[in-house]
Write a protein that binds this ligand. Structure first.
Ligand code: KG4
Ligand code: ZN
Length: 340
């Protein structure tokens, strides 16, 4: 009888220190995420050096916690996986160095996984069945991109953002509105009381067929709608209808664009499955819009539960696909901040 292989995966690409234990049959035994949000909040964004240092402090306790929750010891691990790209280079290096040391020390293979591709694999993990081929949309703080995914590992980029990522736009608009960091959940909460039709914000490329995104003009439009021309001396608006309307109108513009581009990608590729991942896919109005669009298009929507949308190490179970193919990382594996 074949013995089960246990994987330990590490994620340190940005501001979440995470470890997970899963099996070669994609059973997730534990997934631990230590968020650094409190450390970065007063700066209004992730400070790379602070992130790296926090990863250094948190990683081993997080690994211990993941092993304890999975009820196994380090010696039971048969393979180490790590997100080595893309991300903040100093932050990635912490995970990559730890993963290399663990693999070397335990004499077991190491597998390098792309964080963006893992966000799509989170859909496969959550579905518990095959989801390929599909259109993949990754909407996170650093990326907004559409892919044709023939398998978990063979992806073709259909288009990405020309400037800000969708999550970055949420974070910047949250800063303009004085809603704090991280911006996405704060804008979503604020938008709940607002009128999404109060402002007619731009929806870049919505009526043209190219599968590209642009969110920086939208962010600037929110800034002018908020402060008028006098942006230099602008203080964030206080709580009230004006702020809620700005948040709701902004969110509605992002949601409209993302849903439309997914629809165009489905039609262009002729595929009938859509898999969506990344922090922004936690947004409830976006999830509802994608559900409605897929229903109309006769497509199947795969979107993970919230815990698998934002950064985590369980989605690195993509490593199992590489393990089956014998795609192991070299001993001199490096952190790669850029993904293309
Ligand atoms: O995937 P993720 O956790 O990290 C990256 O790989 O970037 O995504 C983080 C991004 C942040 O920009 C955050 O504001 C956004 O996802 N986000 C949201 C929501 N939750 C997180 N954006 C909109 N609505 C949300 N509920
Ligand atoms: Zn991410």
């Amino acid at each position: 009888m074949n013995r089960v292989t246990y994987f330990l995966a590490l994620e340190t690409s940005c501001d979440e220190t995470a470890a997970a234990v899963f099996t070669d049959e994609l059973q997730v035994l534990s997934s631990v995420v230590a968020s650094q949000t409190d450390l970065h909040a007063r700066f209004g964004g992730v400070v790379p050096e602070i992130a790296s240092r926090a990863h250094l402090r948190s990683l081993l306790p997080v690994v211990d916690d993941a092993l304890t929750r999975a009820n196994i010891g380090l010696r039971d691990i048969g393979c180490v996986a790590v997100h080595n790209t893309p991300g903040l280079v100093g932050a990635l290096l912490v995970g990559v160095s730890a993963a290399k040391a663990l693999a070397f020390g335990l004499g077991i293979p190491l597998i390098a996984v792309n964080h963006v591709v893992s966000h799509i694999f989170a859909c496969r993990l959550a579905a518990g069945r095959d989801i390929f081929p599909c259109v993949g949309l990754v909407v996170s703080g650093g990326h907004t991109a559409l892919f044709r995914c023939d398998t978990a590992l063979s992806l073709e980029l259909l288009g990405g953002t020309r400037d800000d990522a969708a999550g970055e736009a949420f974070d910047k608009v949250a800063a303009i509105l004085g809603l704090g960091f991280p911006g996405g959940p704060a804008v979503e909460r604020e938008a709940a009381a607002g009128n999404p039709k109060a402002h007619d914000f731009p929806r870049s490329f919505i009526d043209d067929g190219r599968l590209e995104f642009s969110f920086s003009g939208l962010k600037t439009a929110v800034m002018y709608a908020c402060h008028g021309q006098d942006v230099k001396r602008a203080a964030p608006p206080g709580p009230g209808q004006k702020r809620a309307d700005l948040a709701a109108s902004f969110q509605s513009a992002v949601v409209d664009v993302l849903a439309m581009k997914c629809k165009q990608a489905l039609r262009k590729t002729g595929l009938t499955r859509l898999a969506v991942g990344g922090g922004v896919s936690a947004n409830k109005p976006l999830r509802a819009a994608l559900e409605a669009m897929c229903k109309k298009e006769g497509a199947e929507l795969f979107i993970p539960p919230l815990s698998l949308c934002t950064d985590n190490a369980a989605m690195a179970a993509l490593a199992v696909e590489k393990w089956k193919l014998g795609e192991f990382a070299p001993d001199d594996l490096d952190a790669e901040p850029n993904w293309l």
